[in-house]
Design a protein around this ligand. Structure first.
Ligand code: MN
Length: 316
């Protein structure tokens, strides 16, 4: 099994001196999701989580004419929430509860797996020919990870409009703007649009650790220029951050208190033990627990092997 748990317990944000602030850069890892090229910002070897956020994939921007770029066949999840946010284009969601939704820019889809759910995500038949967005996961805390599955679609998240830019809050709160989407840990998730020639100042919770990902344009924090396809970990103990841009920028902000539990991630599962993962994999393969995504036409995804081939057959 490929074990992807944090090697050390999460640092705590209890000592909130300025020495808890960081500015650490972590290049994204390029991977494939079907025919779609993904830049994976979380998890990476050196940085497994930021608050409860344990996964962050960046896709696009891209234009297309014929084949649909996103076509992720039904697959299972446990122990997490998927959070989908778009800058452009659309993604259709179908799940084993029967939920159907087309996500568009400005809205957020949050799927809570609880003990188990299956879903499919694809470019819908009616589309703009563009795709640009992110998908994040939150790890569910132990008290909630065995609960019922649910799906929430919010058409328009709260916005803060200032002369320096626009903040859209899809998770938690920024100032008075509070996302209506359901979450199970303290957290923040926001899309910051910085207007050209401006600096957008955002209030932050000092007890949160934060990270940012440049989505487009040019941006600097405290004079440090952000590069695309790089996650910047800001640490804790910041009561605000200022995002300065010359030509305009979009920046993703995520944060939360360091997650207090050790998690184990494998494939589409967030668990606590190898046994839980093996059980979830066996249930998916045996068509138990997760239900069917009846709205999706075509075969579902098979779970990968739990044992790496090189270990299963060391003599070959
Ligand atoms: Mn999924």
């Amino acid at each position: 099994m490929s074990k992807r748990s944090p090697e050390v317990a999460a640092e705590e944000c209890t000592a909130l001196g300025a020495d808890q602030q960081r500015f650490e850069s972590f290049p994204n890892r390029t991977t494939a999701l079907g025919s779609l090229t993904i830049a994976r910002a979380l998890p990476i070897k050196e940085r497994r989580m930021v608050g409860p956020w344990c996964f962050l994939d960046r896709f696009g921007p891209m234009s297309f004419t014929d084949a649909k770029p996103m076509d992720v066949a039904p697959h299972p999840h446990i122990g997490l929430q998927t959070v989908s946010w778009l800058l452009d284009g659309e993604v259709a969601h179908d799940d084993s509860l029967g939920s159907q939704s087309v996500l568009r820019p400005g809205g957020v889809n949050v799927m809570t797996s609880g003990a188990g759910i299956a879903h499919a995500e694809q470019t819908p038949r009616d589309h703009t020919g563009r795709l640009n967005g992110v998908q994040l996961w939150t790890a569910l805390p132990d008290a909630h990870r065995h609960g019922a599955a649910s799906f929430s679609a919010t058409d328009e998240v709260p916005r803060i409009e200032q002369s320096s830019g626009i903040v859209q809050v899809f998770a938690g709160a920024v100032g008075d703007a509070v996302s209506p989407a359901p979450y199970f840990s303290p957290l923040v998730g926001a899309d910051l649009a910085v207007h050209p020639g401006h600096a957008l100042a955002i209030p932050l919770d000092r007890s949160f650790e934060h990270a940012v990902l440049l989505l487009s344009g040019d941006c600097a924090i405290d004079g440090n220029r952000l590069e695309e396809h790089t996650l910047y970990y800001l640490g804790c103990a910041r009561s605000e951050a200022s995002f300065a841009s010359r030509e305009g920028a979009r920046v993703l902000l995520v944060g939360g208190p360091p997650f207090p539990e050790q998690i184990l991630m494998w494939w589409n599962f967030v668990a606590r033990s190898a046994e839980e993962i093996a059980d979830a994999r066996a249930d998916w393969e045996a068509h138990r627990r997760f239900g069917d995504v009846t709205a999706y036409r075509g075969p579902r995804l098979d779970a990968p092997s739990l044992v790496r081939p090189a270990r299963a057959n060391p003599l070959s």
